[in-house]
Write a protein that binds this ligand. Structure first.
Ligand code: ATR
Length: 283
């Protein structure tokens, strides 16, 4: 009997999660199957309930349902991890006999990719997070847990960055978190993480010159067959560039560990996803 898991979203057809988790299951000998599940835009909870009643053990949650999943996990009787509380969003649900547990593995996935896969330490570094939406919020606490010298949050709308600063201080009171608009930034930074959605429009935040050097690591949470506008800008500054494909695989590995208690090896899975993506760019 294979335990059923799904990724729930709308749309969901392009999700890479089934191939990642199926590879993890094969590698670790875990008996599970993992499929895509399309939920109607107004029917997230009903879709989760029906899946759970049919024997579902857990689910990943993607756009646009991470806030609905957060609301579900905060209902009386259910449970929420501290990192999901800090993120204000849930991307992983685990169905226990008497409750639903909600977690968020996105930020952990980002940090694991930077530290373990790219081999870049964050401790004592000057780190800049671009954006103050859901993606930036999810990254904040796991980044602060690495004890950078400072974490700057820069956003077009300063008030949103200030809201994140307050949340950061609530969950990590001793951390140094500063905010700025893009144009007010002064560098250089050791690590710059693009958590804006600008890359979706092949756009890049208006960053002042001098914030990236050849010693900077530039990380875009998005990935595409060819470098995003942010990574092209970073390349021109001589920075070391990395896209979010590794984050995708690492957040999946954290979810797999939460569900199964087994930590998969991500290297091979990341390599084959990278090959698939590069094959697309050659089409
Ligand atoms: P997500 O869940 O992907 O984080 P979001 O919550 O809508 O999406 O947040 C999008 C983020 O990208 C915001 O920080 C937004 O800036 P504002 O808060 O000022 O709207 C940022 N963003 C989107 N397009 C951008 C652009 N072209 N340049 C700079 N920042 C941009």
């Amino acid at each position: 009997m294979q335990d059923p898991y799904v990724v729930i979203g709308n749309p969901i057809v392009h999700s890479k999660s089934p191939s990642i988790h199926t590879a993890f299951a094969k590698q670790t000998g875990q008996h599970l199957r993992y499929e895509r599940l399309l939920a109607p835009l107004d029917g997230f909870v009903q879709t989760v309930d029906a899946f759970r009643q049919s024997g579902g053990k857990g689910a990943n949650v993607t756009v646009p349902f991470k806030l609905d999943a957060f609301a579900l996990a905060t209902q009386a009787g259910n449970r929420l991890s501290e990192r999901a509380a800090a993120a204000g969003a849930v991307n992983t649900l685990k169905f226990e006999a008497d409750h639903v547990f909600g977690d968020n593995t996105d930020g952990l996935g980002l940090v694991a990719d930077i530290i373990h896969n790219a081999g870049v330490t964050l401790r004592g570094k000057r780190v800049l997070l671009l954006g103050a939406g859901g993606a930036a919020r999810g990254a904040m606490l796991p980044l602060l847990e690495q004890e950078p010298a400072s974490l700057w949050i820069a956003n077009r709308t300063l008030s949103k960055a200030q809201e994140l600063q307050q949340i950061a201080q609530q969950f990590s009171p001793h951390s140094v978190v500063k905010v700025a608009t893009f144009t007010a930034l002064s560098g250089p930074f050791d690590v710059i993480i693009n958590a804006t959605s600008a890359s979706l429009h092949d756009d890049v935040p208006p960053l002042p010159t001098g914030i990236m050097t050849s010693s900077t690591m530039a990380y875009d949470m998005m990935y595409a067959a060819t470098p995003t506008a942010f990574l092209r800008l970073a390349q021109a500054s001589g920075a070391t560039c990395r896209d979010g494909l590794g984050m995708l695989v690492e957040q999946a590995a954290e979810a797999f560990y939460l569900w199964r208690g087994v930590r998969p090896d991500t290297e091979e899975v990341l390599r084959s996803l990278r090959e698939e993506l590069q094959a697309v760019s050659l089409l």
